[in-house]
Design a protein around this ligand. Sequence first.
Ligand code: SF4
Length: 299
Amino acid sequence: MQTETKTKGKLLKKMGRAIEDFSMIAEGDKVMVCLSGGKDSYTLLDLLLDVQRRAPVKFEILAVNLDQKQPDFPEEVLPNYLTTRKVPHRIVEEDTYSIVTAHIPEGKTYCSLCSRLRRGILYNVAVEEKCTKIALGHHGDDIIATFLMNLFYVGQLKAMPPILRSDDGRNTIIRPLAYCQEAEIAKYSEEQQFPIIPCNLCGAQPNLKRARIKRLINELEKETPFIRQTMMTALTNVTGSHLLDNELYDFRNFEPMIKAIPAGHGSVEKELDEVFDHSESAFATQNPTIRTAAAELVQ
Ligand code: SF4
């Protein structure tokens, strides 16, 4: 039995909340945990094993690693780790590396073909293994970075869903680390000394746009320490009528709808105040948790 560090306690609490908020795991589920050998997926597996021991619902875990035959991939590391920890697992060997390098010219980014191949293989393995959920190691920082990338480069207001059914209906993916921050995961991974496998074995170019967004968030965090929490909270707090999407809010039927709006929903005075009020207080957070944390920081 491992001892529970403060970092682990915090992460477990956040994972428990995400599982509950988004109904990620139900009685009788078999959860396939995708393990790449990076800090995020080790943390995901480690915490889910803990949740499995404590949760009132009974569910199974199967750890799956896809060995893509990248040069110098240390193929004994994950089986050794999983065997030592007595985790049911399957290592899938598929040489997607050769397919990708044969089809993509050198210097171009491999990721889009590589990830499509990997997704197809893992989805099929989940069906073969009768797994009802596929757990991925994306965390809160991935979610807000994706949100900003879609906003700045794609022209869409969307992030990463915490739970998603595949288009063909065969698989459901979940992201139990959705509320966890990357820095906490990195700290936990160090504490646990997970046997990390480097993520640059494929030789792919780093994603420059993602790196830029990460830098931007880090820069903003220096001025606004709770920027990450604020962005995450914003994603749970969407006001469709204050965006410009006719699918989300039926502006074309505004006149008939306005009669049905209950009293107290929105305030024209407040809207006008916000337009004319250029002070910072007009944009103070309404979220009590962020407000308290920010107040403590400036004391
Ligand atoms: S970084 Fe490498 S392993 Fe990851 S998706 Fe891109 S090509 Fe594939």
